[in-house]
Each structure stands twice: as C-alpha cells, then as structure tokens.
Design a protein around this ligand. Structure first.
Ligand code: MG
Length: 377
C-alpha cells in the first residue's frame, strides 16, 4: 500500500493548533518536504493574525480561528469537523491544547482518518471513547508525544504479546533536585523554564509538577492497551532516550535522538516511511553520559494519581484533567502554592461522578465538579 496516496502524490494535511509550538514544528516539517505535503487546512484558537499569515504562506485553502471569525473561511467547529472527515484531507495533525481537540479528533477518526495526536488531554479524559471510536471506524492514531512515539517505534516490528513493560523516561522537570521545603515557594515565573524541551506554558507547568508525565502514563495505557502496572517511569535528566520497552526475555529496546519535536512529528507525518532529517544528529564521538534515577513518589505524587485514575476508570480521567486545569489556574493567580497543585487534584479524585466518559455532557459535568472541588481546596 502506498503511503502517499492522494492524486498528486502529496499527503494533504490539516494542522490543528498551527500557531502553537508543536503546530509550528509540524509546519516546518511540511515546508521542508513541500513536494510531499500539502497543508490544506490550518486552525488555532485565538491568534488569528498569526494564523492568517501562516495560511497565506502555506497556500492553505482553509483557515479556522475559533475566536476570530474575521480570519476564518470555515464557518464553525462543526464545519471544520465535516472538512476533516471529508475527501480533501488525508492526515490530521492535532496539536490543539486541551479538550477542545476532542470533537475534531473524534470526527476524523469516525471518518477512518489518520490522526497524528499531540494533545494528550483527549486520551487522559476520554481515552476509552477515543480508542473505541478509532477501532470501530478504522481510524488510526499516531502518537506525536516523544515518549509514545519512541514506544511506537520500539514496538513496530515486535510481538506485542511478548511485552513485559514500558518505561517512560522523564527529564524530571526544573525542580526534580529541589528540596521539598523549597517546592512550596516555587513561583509561576520559575516554572516557565524547562531544562530540555521548549514548549508552551501549559505543558511546561505540567512538566514542573510531573502532571505531564502522569498524563503520559495514561496516554500510554490507552494507546497501547496496557494496564498501569506495566508502565514505569524513570528519571533520565539527559533526555537522550525518549522511552523504552522491555520484552519477556529481558531485552530492552530504546529510542534515542536529539531533543527536538520535529523528529517525532516528522515520523508520524511520513509514517510508515522515514525521511531524512536536517537536524544535527547525536554525536557519539564526544563524551556523553546517561543517568537513570528512580522516581520520588513522595515529593512528586502526580504519577500515583494517574495510576489511581486509570484503575478507577469511568470519569476519573476527565476529573483529573479538569482538576489539573483548575489547580494550575489557581497557582498562576497566586491562590495556590506550587506544592499544593497535585494535592488539590488528589482531592478532586475523591469526587468522581458515576458514568462513562462517552459524551460531551458527561465530560462537562465531571469538569464542573472537579473545578468546584479545586476551588474549595
Ligand atoms: Mg512527552
């Protein structure tokens, strides 16, 4: 089967969240291979002017800014969903931040499309719904998140039944070596610097609390259908290994590479092919060392919460995601200390509404209850 199957030999892309960090990296890849990719549609939430410029540069036919109709020639989110499901798009790259990504992702999967997924919140809050939709309609999710893309590559030619565990690597964020007493006084400004990856502000704060890694445990569980007990997290400050898998015979496969999101994005966009990259490769001729440290669950309890949410199922993931949003907002506003973010989320996990995460109404209700709990915390 040819992977570049549209008429003119170019894969036709929709890039959702085109003005963000992952979106811009995706555009860089699409531009580097403009003979292989045609960007048909770009979207963003608020940065209309920026989006308009991007659309012009890429000659994208469709442009949708959720909060600025003046730059959009797609009338509504529903129209966007129709477009993604229709014959003009081959691949949807979703880098929208948060649950706003859910509707377009479901629409694309229902139409049997390939979705290169960077938005982990959709799997955290509605993993079962999303995976079941993909299964039912022949849609495919390719993981853009570097850890999951690493696992995807490690499993590619392997017998999945022979998997013993997945090992997600974690840089530890900016405060991993910080003493517990000091964590209390961490300010929003201090959380905005990440030691290895340049990312948007939301994911950078999530990386500081390790909530991002907690989300990634859930993401891995849904993507690969494994229980949380088979997913481990190890601190690996150099971030040379993007993640590993271990098989029943004890063999461990790891994926290494430069810390640049353009690599996993390119892998997903060109899958199942590999295209040359213009990035500077790892240099094994100069000294380089790799450290692995155990995760300190006492100081960073976020990952335990993710495990708990996975075991609870139902709407626990939706509550976890919404509680994180609320707690982070309170931290930025100055009404919650850094080391109270994760305990506030834990409190929300004690109030999970009954039911499954299989409708927008159920997710909305879970989010409201979570927000109220965090507000009172
Ligand atoms: Mg990641």
């Amino acid at each position: 089967m040819s992977s570049f199957s549209d008429q003119n030999g170019r894969r036709r892309l929709a890039i959702l969240g085109a003005t963000g960090s992952v979106g811009r990296s995706a555009i860089a890849v699409a531009q580097a291979y403009s003979n292989r990719f045609q960007t048909v549609c770009v979207t963003c939430a608020r940065q209309g002017k920026k989006l308009q410029k991007i659309a012009q540069e890429l000659h994208a036919r469709y442009c949708f800014c959720a909060f600025d109709a003046s730059v959009s020639n797609v009338g509504s989110e529903d129209e966007l969903c129709e477009l993604l499901a229709g014959p003009e798009i081959d691949v949807v790259l979703c880098a929208i931040q948060g649950l706003g990504a859910l509707k377009p992702v479901l629409a694309a999967l229902r139409a049997g499309k390939t979705v290169c997924l960077a938005t982990k919140e959709v799997l955290v809050a509605a993993g079962e719904w999303v995976m079941e939709t993909a299964r039912q309609h022949g849609g495919r999710i390719l993981p853009v998140d570097s850890e999951h893309c690493a696992i995807f590559q490690c499993l590619r030619h392997e017998d999945h039944d022979a998997l013993r565990r997945m090992i997600l690597t974690c840089s530890g964020g900016p405060f991993y070596r910080c003493a517990s007493e000091k964590l209390h006084a961490v300010t929003p400004a201090e959380t905005e610097r990440h030691p290895t990856w340049a990312m948007g502000p939301k994911i950078t704060l999530d990386s500081a609390t390790l909530m991002n890694k907690a989300f990634e445990v859930m993401e891995a569980a849904w993507l690969y259908g494994v229980p949380e007990s088979q997913i481990e997290v190890v601190i690996h400050p150099q971030a040379l290994i993007h993640s590993m898998v271990e098989f029943v015979d004890g063999a461990v496969l790891a994926q290494l590479g430069p810390t640049d999101m353009r690599l996993p994005i390119q892998y997903c966009l060109t899958y199942p092919e590999r295209f040359p990259s213009l990035m500077r490769p790892l240099d094994f001729a100069s000294p380089m060392s790799m450290e692995f440290l155990p995760l300190d669950d006492q100081r960073f309890p976020a990952i335990d919460l993710a495990r708990r949410a996975l075991r609870m199922g139902g709407l626990a993931g939706a509550v976890l995601n919404a509680a994180n949003d609320s707690a982070c907002r309170r931290f930025r506003e100055g009404s919650l200390a850094f080391d109270a973010i994760v305990p506030a989320i834990a409190e929300a996990l004690a109030h999970i509404p009954a039911g499954k995460a299989d409708s927008f109404a159920a997710l909305e209700q879970a989010a409201q209850i979570a927000a109220e709990t965090v507000k009172k915390y």
